[in-house]
Design a protein around this ligand. Structure first.
Ligand code: AMP
Length: 107
């Protein structure tokens, strides 16, 4: 059984403040924001981290970055600037083992 917290959000088994969704990705507010505006762009496919990417995930990753650009625009971050971050592994600060891109801004 998959007890991944992000998989549960994707399946709508637990609530999240969802901002955008398409067939590959879901974007929701980080529950413990590290910036005035902090969202997570999350792959619907359960991939553990950047370390677990395969060649076949190229389109998914491209979609993640293009979605980040779109979300930044929708959140009003485009002109001021923002950070995009992947934490990879425990040493990189990753606590949820499900591929996600942080978008942080609003300072
Ligand atoms: P990372 O450290 O890169 O694995 O980031 C995981 C992020 O997920 C953290 O910033 C957490 O605050 C966030 N997070 C954990 N659980 C939830 C949840 N149920 N809903 C929204 N964000 C969450």
């Amino acid at each position: 059984m998959n007890d991944c917290i992000f998989c549960k959000i994707i399946k709508k088994e637990i609530p999240a403040d969802i901002f955008y969704e398409n067939q590959d990705l879901i974007v929701f507010k980080d529950i413990a924001p590290k910036a005035p505006i902090h969202y997570l762009i999350v792959s619907k496919q359960h991939i553990k981290s950047i370390n677990h990417l395969k060649e076949e995930n190229k389109d998914l990753m491209g979609g993640m970055f293009l979605t980040a650009k779109k979300i930044a625009d929708k959140l009003g971050l485009k002109d001021k600037g923002y950070k995009l971050t992947f934490n990879v592994g425990r040493g990189g600060g990753q606590i949820v083992d499900h591929l996600h891109l942080h978008i942080l801004g609003g300072w």
